[in-house]
Write a protein that binds this ligand. Structure first.
Ligand code: ADP
Ligand code: MG
Length: 403
């Protein structure tokens, strides 16, 4: 659906559902990470770009203290209502307690409202908000981050919250997901959604939040996302376990390297010299984090020199490492990547996102895209009785107001 059509539908549905006209329409994109996976909570670098698919919202302030949430993606836009004074929102500065979980989708926007209040922004009255997302569910392209960043944008715009920078939308979004929802994600997804720039990837140092935009003009090639259409149970628990394993590695290595702040501070050479203090599994996890960070730094250079072939090789190495050392892949994804590697005109292919299903990202020459889609579709169907979905993507703009 074209953006114009989406905006028309969203505003019409807003009126139907809430019985009043929306005062603005907003958008925040999903993201794909080109390389630098599971490095964002290890103080390393990531290299994502924002997509042109994401989440839209129409919203309007109310004169009372009620917030009404609805999403066209959930139960036909059924309304969930909460008062700003509801203790579960914890807007009085009290501790919201342990995460409320991802099973109720309104915990994402509620978490953002909580995070804004926590950082000192007053929400003076309630509002009505209707969401509509165009990111395929379960694809791992970060619909949750786009929902959070978008909610922050809506708060800033509706209530003229001075001093809320674009990067604060990302920071508050992550805080909402970490504390309020209880998913211990890094900053990458929210950062890409808030800070994306059309035609560019973002090279981000997650330790300092320093970043650089890298032009993504792949001449004669495209970035193709392949959705495996599987999502394994481990997505959230596996993610949190990997995080803990990386923390264990860091704690142990601190005993060897004084003042070590994160795994991202280690070069592969330095790491290899001290890795034997770690148990086998923990060493594998830490090795991925350290080497992946080095690959990501290398990838920025490669892109700058138009060395896309080298960039592709780094993506392939990234996959091998995520499969064997970090162990966050799955048979379906490994199969799609293996197949892709065999197709002439594919420069690189790897799992992207949190893992245990979701999508692969590949760089494919224009003339090979049709073969790529046909070959993968046929082989994947035969092996897993599943049909993969393909998105040939453009790097899109970060969160913004549409009208
Ligand atoms: P992703 O990789 O897409 O971020 P997550 O499991 O982290 O996957 O987040 C998906 C969850 O985010 C959904 O289950 C839902 O609760 C919420 N969500 C995302 N987009 C929407 C939307 N448009 N409307 C309502 N909830 C949404
Ligand atoms: Mg998510």
């Amino acid at each position: 659906m074209e953006e114009k059509t989406i905006v028309e539908k969203l505003t019409a549905d807003f009126e139907r559902i809430f019985g009043t006209e929306a005062e603005g329409v907003f958008f925040a994109p999903g993201r794909v990470n080109l390389i630098g996976e599971h490095t964002d909570y290890n103080g390393g670098h990531v290299f994502p770009c924002a997509l042109t698919i994401g989440t839209y919202a129409a919203a309007k302030k109310r004169s009372d203290r009620i917030i009404r949430f609805a999403s066209l993606n959930i139960r036909g836009g059924q309304i969930t209502e909460i008062s700003l004074d509801d203790p579960t929102l914890a807007l009085d500065g009290s501790d919201p307690g342990p995460g409320r979980g991802a099973d109720d989708w309104t915990n994402y926007p509620k978490g953002v409202i909580w995070a804004f209040a926590k950082s000192g922004h007053k929400i003076p009255c309630g509002f009505d908000i209707l969401y509509y997302g165009t990111i395929p569910a379960g694809s791992g392209l970060s619909s949750s981050a786009s929902l959070e960043v978008l909610t922050g944008l809506v708060l800033r715009e509706l209530f003229n919250l001075d001093g809320v920078r674009q990067v604060d939308l990302a920071i508050n979004g992550q805080k909402a997901e970490n504390v309020y929802v209880g998913m211990n994600c890094g900053i990458m997804d929210q950062f890409a959604s808030a800070m994306g720039k059309a035609g560019h990837a973002i090279f981000l140092d997650t330790n300092t939040l320093e970043y650089k935009y890298a032009p993504l003009d792949l001449k004669g090639m495209k970035i193709v996302i392949t959705n495996s259409c599987v999502k394994h149970k481990l997505v959230d628990s596996g993610y949190n376990t990997r995080r803990e394993e990386c923390e264990t590695a860091l704690d142990t290595l601190k005993g060897v390297v004084g003042g070590l702040g994160s795994l991202g501070e280690l070069t592969p050479e330095k790491f290899d010299g001290i890795a034997d203090v770690l148990s086998e599994t923990i060493a594998k996890r830490a090795k991925h984090a350290v080497y992946e960070n080095a690959r990501t730094i290398d990838a920025l250079k490669a892109l700058g020199q138009d060395a896309v072939e080298h960039f592709g090789n780094l993506m392939n190495e990234s996959h091998t490492s995520l499969r064997d050392d970090f162990e966050v892949s799955c048979p379906e994804i490994d199969f799609l990547v293996d197949m892709a590697w065999k197709i002439p005109g594919v420069l690189g292919s790897r799992i992207t996102g949190g893992g245990f299903g979701g999508c692969t990202v590949s760089i494919v020459k224009d003339e090979a895209i049709a073969t790529f889609k046909e070959t993968l579709t046929k082989a994947y169907k035969e092996k897993f009785s599943l049909t993969p979905e393909f998105y040939v993507i453009d790097a899109g703009e970060g969160a913004h107001r549409i009208c």
